[in-house]
Write a protein that binds this ligand. Structure first.
Ligand SMILES: [Cu+2]
Length: 421
């Protein structure tokens, strides 16, 4: 308690009406590691924003005036995906993140983040089976129907934030690797997606730039409105998941974020990605995304989080393809139910189809439903036992490649993460 009080004394002032009525008053004083003007709960991946009312699953440590927050999740599981292009396996997608902040004075702060993933070990180079998933490569071939592993070093970043006036602040962020100001908070950091072990099928239309080897972002923020610009490396991570790829700073993006109420986080962003795919170096992408994150606290140990994302890729040779995602997560005590529904347009090239499919674009649908029951809950680590069922739909033309079997997937998993702070 002493440590908490000490932080309160050193921290920025919080308007009295914002403090009132909160059970955990000290939480309101804790600020984001990327911008000292933001509450910690707003901190998403990279410099993105979650709703201010979002639950925080993590362990916090106070070291003098410094704050260290640890987040993460692991999903040891059995997963099974249907069709000729499906597979089954035992694996464990996982990530771990440390966020550190050090106040320089009342108006300036340094932040640092490390995000690690042991995916290269648990998922192998080809990643895990996920019907109609695409993006990145393995052994020089583009991946299809697999989710690529994340890099061991998924983020190493530093940031500097400064309060300029009472409602105005600015920040600089540098990551190697890091996340540019493009897209919504990445799926694993969204409360609406935190119990779902799978990546969205629209990952490479929406939030896949979260692991980018070389990012510099500048942001200016007025009240709950933020304007950001990034220059970064367009090329996606290479298939060596343990190394540091060459920084290029050949791509750029801009994003406007707005949290109009404590329960809402909106963003609109556009980026130009130069040569993202090593297997198709002459193709560039213009990516546009918009998202709405809605979070509603339903009491001390209950929460409802939802996200809508639209993402468009406009790719050289291919033109524009669209992706839509809607996901929702309802937690009450030890029980969580969640769902994710997607529609994504993918080209024959993206799905690695044979020549005869030419440049066709295929609309793909997927709906996942899951339930998690916490075996341990609110005691430091939440270990939940979960099950998920996915049903998906493809145009019948694709049966030539996938066979006639219905597209579905199921998995049984443990979800291991720190308890709610
Ligand atoms: Cu990713």
């Amino acid at each position: 308690m002493e440590l908490v009080l000490k932080t309160e004394a050193a921290s920025i002032h919080v308007p009295a009406e914002r403090k009132r009525g909160h059970e955990h008053e000290h939480e309101m004083m804790m600020n984001s590691s990327v911008n000292l003007a933001d509450p910690m709960a707003r901190e998403g991946s990279g410099t993105s924003w979650l709703p201010d009312s979002s639950p925080m699953y993590g362990r916090m440590f106070m070291l003098g005036d410094d704050t260290l927050m640890l987040h993460g999740a692991a999903f040891p599981r059995y997963t099974n995906v249907s069709t000729r292009r499906g597979d089954d396996r035992i694996d464990a997608p996982n990530w771990l993140m440390a966020m550190y902040s050090h106040p320089l004075n009342d108006n300036a702060q340094l932040g640092a983040r490390i995000m690690l993933s042991l995916d290269p070990l648990t998922e192998g180079g080809r990643g895990y089976p996920l019907l109609y998933q695409s993006g990145e490569s393995w052994q020089g071939e583009p991946l299809h129907d697999r989710q690529h592993p994340h890099d061991l070093f998924s983020e190493l970043s530093v940031s500097y934030s400064q309060k300029i006036a009472s409602d105005l602040s600015a920040l600089l962020y540098f990551g190697y690797p890091g996340e540019p100001a493009l897209g919504p908070p990445t799926f694993m950091h969204r409360p609406s997606a935190m119990d779902d072990p799978d990546a969205p099928l629209g990952h490479h239309w929406q939030d896949s730039t979260h692991v980018t080897f070389g990012v510099a972002t500048a942001a200016l923020q007025w009240r709950t409105l933020k304007l950001e610009g990034s220059i970064f490396t367009g090329r996606e991570p290479d298939e060596n998941r343990y190394d540091f790829d060459r920084p290029r700073f050949d791509s750029y993006s801009g994003r406007i974020s707005w949290n109009p109420t404590p329960d809402l986080a909106l963003q609109f962003s556009h980026g130009y990605l130069r040569s993202p795919e090593a297997t198709e170096p002459d193709a560039n992408v213009h990516r546009t995304t918009a998202s709405v994150l809605y979070n509603k606290s339903l009491g001390a140990d209950a929460n409802w989080a939802s996200t809508f994302v639209w993402g468009q890729n406009n790719t050289t040779h291919e033109g524009a393809t669209e992706s839509f995602l809607l996901e929702s997560n309802l937690q009450r005590g030890r029980d969580t139910v969640y769902a994710r529904v997607e529609r994504v347009e993918k080209s024959a090239h993206e799905l690695v189809l044979p020549e005869e499919f030419h440049d066709e674009i295929f609309p793909l649908y997927s709906a996942s439903f899951g339930y998690v029951r916490d075996l341990t809950h609110a005691k430091g680590i939440d270990v939940g036992l979960g099950g998920q069922f996915t049903i998906s739909h493809r145009p019948s033309e694709l049966n030539a490649v996938y066979g006639n079997e219905l597209g579905y997937g199921f998995q049984i998993f443990l979800r291991v993460r720190p308890s709610r702070h």
